[in-house]
Ligand binder design. Structure first.
Ligand SMILES: *[C@@H]1O[C@H](CO)[C@@H](O)[C@H](O)[C@H]1NC(C)=O
Ligand SMILES: *[C@@H]1O[C@H](CO)[C@@H](O)[C@H](O)[C@H]1NC(C)=O
Ligand SMILES: *[C@@H]1O[C@H](CO)[C@@H](O)[C@H](O)[C@H]1NC(C)=O
Ligand SMILES: *[C@@H]1O[C@H](CO)[C@@H](O)[C@H](O)[C@H]1NC(C)=O
Ligand SMILES: *[C@@H]1O[C@H](CO)[C@@H](O)[C@H](O)[C@H]1NC(C)=O
Ligand SMILES: *[C@@H]1O[C@H](CO)[C@@H](O)[C@H](O)[C@H]1NC(C)=O
Ligand SMILES: *[C@@H]1O[C@H](CO)[C@@H](O)[C@H](O)[C@H]1NC(C)=O
Length: 395
């Protein structure tokens, strides 16, 4: 019995051994054959897979293709003429102002600050000239002459009535520079909305470093290189901000703004500001104080004269020189500044705006250049002003 069992086990062992041998042999054959086939085919295979991948991605792009003519992103020069909506150019330096973002979406996008110090592209800091107007820009020829030859160093943004069409020739620096605009009611918070909209659109271009707000009645009184250097080299913003203890200043404060805004923090200043990039980001990012002004600063309180000066005084006082670089004449008294017409334009008048003997602080020094821009000028002043550009304004 026992032996029989051993015999049987022996036979079984032998059988299993044989099976194993066959298995191993066949594995070896398959394995070696595999290596040979693999080696022979590897080059073809590589090619095959690469072309499959290519086909796959090309098909995908093709199915989502947008024709460059009606797209809103930059066109990249590839044979297939596809749009690269995530290119660094599209993101950091958009060249088309058309968009359909709401203010909420726009302000959020504009509030983004790069955490990384260096830019992955050659960044030439630009000055954003932001024109807030109802319609036409009567001083356009003067500005066009001012900008001529300096296109690398500035960007233009125009906020006008939504139905106003900015009709300028295609070679004008103003061509295509109207931002998506909404109605503005002077004296209301809608005016601040328009200012923020200009700032936010300009912030989308990461090349913009300084932001100046101008009206249709503003003129430049220095040439572009002087203005550019003055602004780019300044450590501070030129936002007027002062305490006026009269009914035109403190009198416009409302106790309903307590406890967030105290009377001693309340400031007044010209609407026509100039600011550096981080200050512009602070303005478009604020909701809390903007909302308080929207609720409690109504005529005779004018948000455009108090919101930014007060907000900066409360949180970023050291970043502003507390003076404006836009000259204006309040000497006549009354609620509106003087408007200069053709008959008032003389060489000595423009020279006195450029330098009247007053010194202004600039960085840690002083300068006789206090104003770079001036208002208000009637459309009739254009011709005599164009006559003075080369002799007085040097452009
Ligand atoms: C471009 O933007 C405009 C306005 O926002 C929009 O109407 C249009 O559909 C956009 N075009 C493309 C191709 O996305
Ligand atoms: C735009 O201006 C040109 C000349 O400057 C004029 O011929 C054209 O009619 C104007 N278009 C509109 C829509 O005003
Ligand atoms: C910007 O894009 C819009 C819509 O895609 C187009 O209609 C418009 O002509 C473009 N503007 C410029 C200045 O290229
Ligand atoms: C501007 O005013 C703030 C206070 O709001 C002050 O801290 C700052 O020193 C002033 N700047 C200059 C240049 O006078
Ligand atoms: C402009 O000139 C006219 C005529 O000489 C004068 O009456 C007017 O006061 C001047 N305007 C200003 C703002 O100086
Ligand atoms: C010069 O201009 C400043 C600011 O506009 C003014 O305060 C000052 O009185 C003027 N000085 C003279 C001498 O006109
Ligand atoms: C412009 O200057 C020229 C010559 O200097 C003069 O003849 C002309 O009357 C001036 N035009 C105006 C509008 O001042």
């Amino acid at each position: 019995m026992a032996r029989n069992r051993i015999d049987k086990e022996d036979a079984l062992d032998k059988h299993l051994g044989l099976l194993k041998l066959v298995q191993i042999l066949s594995f070896l054959v398959v394995f070696v054959a595999g290596i040979i086939i693999g080696l022979a085919a590897s080059s073809h295979m590589n090619q095959y897979f690469t072309s499959q991948a290519k086909l796959f991605f090309t098909n995908n792009v093709a199915s989502a293709q947008i024709s460059p003519e009606d797209g809103n992103c930059t066109t990249i020069p590839t044979p297939c003429h596809t749009l690269d909506c995530l290119s660094i150019d599209t993101f950091a330096r958009p060249n088309n102002l058309t968009h359909s973002m709401t203010d909420e979406e726009l302000f959020w996008r504009a509030s983004l600050l790069p955490y990384k110090e260096d830019y992955p592209f050659h960044r030439v800091p630009k000055v954003a000239f932001m024109f807030l107007t109802r319609g036409p820009l009567p001083m356009l020829p003067l500005w066009e002459r001012f900008f001529k030859g300096h296109h690398k160093y500035f960007s233009i943004y125009v906020h006008a009535n939504p139905d106003y069409e900015l009709n300028v020739s295609t070679d004008s620096p103003f061509y295509g520079r109207k931002i998506p605009s909404l109605d503005v009611e002077w004296g209301t918070v809608l005016l601040v909305d328009a200012e923020k909209r200009l700032l936010a659109n300009a912030l989308l271009d990461f090349s913009n470093e300084r932001f100046v707000l101008l009206s249709e009645s503003c003129i430049p009184v220095y040439n572009f290189p002087t203005v550019y250097k003055y602004l780019i080299d300044s450590e501070q913003s030129f936002v007027e901000s002062y305490d006026e203890p009269t009914r035109y200043g403190r009198g416009r404060y409302s106790r309903k703004m307590l406890p967030d805004i105290q009377l001693y923090q309340w400031r007044k200043g010209s609407q026509w500001f100039e600011m550096q990039r981080n200050v512009a980001v602070y303005i478009v990012s604020d909701t809390k104080y903007y909302t308080i002004f929207k609720k409690y600063c109504k005529p005779a309180c004018y948000p455009d004269e108090h919101y930014i000066p007060t907000f900066l005084n409360m949180f970023h006082g050291l970043l502003t020189a507390n003076r404006t670089v836009t000259w204006v004449d309040w000497s006549l008294g009354g609620p509106h500044p003087a408007t200069y017409t053709a008959v008032n334009i003389t060489e000595s008048f423009i020279r006195s705006i450029r330098n009247n003997g007053t010194q202004c602080s600039y960085n840690s020094d002083t300068t006789s250049v206090c104003h770079l821009f001036a208002r208000k000028f009637d459309p009739s002043a254009l011709e005599p002003l164009l006559n003075l550009t080369s002799t007085v304004m040097e452009f």
